[in-house]
Design a protein around this ligand. Sequence first.
Ligand code: BES
Ligand code: ZN
Ligand code: ZN
Length: 460
Amino acid sequence: MHIYTNEKAIAAIPISLVTKEEWAESSHKTTRNKWLHATGFEGKEYDFRFIPGKNGQIKEIVIGYVKENPWAISDLVSKLPEGVYTLKPKLARHTLFHLALGWGLGAYGFKNTQRNLLQNKLLLIENETLLFEVSTFLETFLWVRDLINLPAEILTPLTLAEKAKKMAEGFGAKTTILSGEDLKKFNYPLLYAVGKGSINPPSFTKIEWGNPKHKAVTLVGKGITFDTGGLNIKPDSGMRLMKKDMGGAAHALGLGQLIMAFNLPIHLQILIPSAENAISGNAYRQLDILDSRKGLTIEIGHTDAEGRLVLADALAESSSHNPEILIDFATLTGAIRTALGPELPGFFTNKPSIAPLLMKLGEQHHDPLWHMPLFRSYKKWIKGRNADLCNVASASLSSEVPHAGAITAALFLEEFIPQDTTWIHIDFSAWNFGTRPGRPEGGEAMTLKTIFSFLNQSCK
Ligand code: BES
Ligand code: ZN
Ligand code: ZN
């Protein structure tokens, strides 16, 4: 990746960040400022100008800036010629980290079936450690985006498992992959049932890394490579983007990659249950009664509530690692989007005392997420009529109408977590629905900066 450099020798072109206030206060007597004024520059966010040098070269870029916007220079990447650039004035480390990452993310595109990265527009980061941090985050974020953007025809449950394995082996982690009938044999009944309707067999990937003396952390990610809704089929508009239904898996793998790359003192386990929720003569049906790894029986109320099923078996398996912290990522419900909109992930936790810290970290890292309630009174809605649990909420025995789809999904998952673990469940879209600076329409990494910093603080 040619996105950053630390070679000071190169004459880098300065990019000057100027706020409206700074512009208003600055003297307009210099030729440079007269020129900026003449071209209508007012310091408006994202508005930029080239300043020519004596020999017709680009001497400087001036861009309007609103303080701490991490996306301030993201759009420049596509608008500047190849070269080396450096940020002015000297910025705080935290600010530089976010601006530099925003620069790299702005270079990203996805075309046909591949990453399309704008290269050779280099941002100078002189500090070696910071360069490593920014590059590592960028690499991870771009990988997460790639995984989400890949069409389901290419990214099947088995190819997802292979990609996970390749990443993990780069860090010397141990990986095991189960697939197809083996999932039945090794007792992942829910994952098997969801995946059995597809020609692409389901998979379960387990990654283990680190020193067993360190704090045990398990990451779980929903890996539905395409969600048709199964026999209770989704309508056209609801199905179109469902290649992204493995966004949770991409995030669990991305966060795992960060933990390993930064060598955090964590004994890490990553679990990826992956399946294609397809329609066929072999697909699972409404009112099927399924066993689960945990032993609870599940009545199928709707085949489109498949995410909580595959996650349930993975959450039950996490007890093999005895995690102090268990985090799952999932594009689990449309209801979370109704509640919070597409840009704001929701999180649920059985330890609400950590929620304010997570919200605060989210704000600090420009990577927000919002605390949602595990309102246990709604557990009555996920009881099964002919089994322990039903995979969708229903209340036909009373006049109540179940709402709160994101909460009932979270309550369903909670039934499967090991005892004595701090559990965080993240329900999100993992997608940019439109293009904004540094965030092209398509797959997106969300909450990773925040959750990484939470783990960095919690595991010392
Ligand atoms: N993958 C979907 C949820 C989803 C939809 C995420 C749109 C992002 C965008 C999930 O498997 C699903 O279909 N959930 C259903 C559950 C319902 C049947 C109880 C939903 O949310 O409608
Ligand atoms: Zn679904
Ligand atoms: Zn789904």
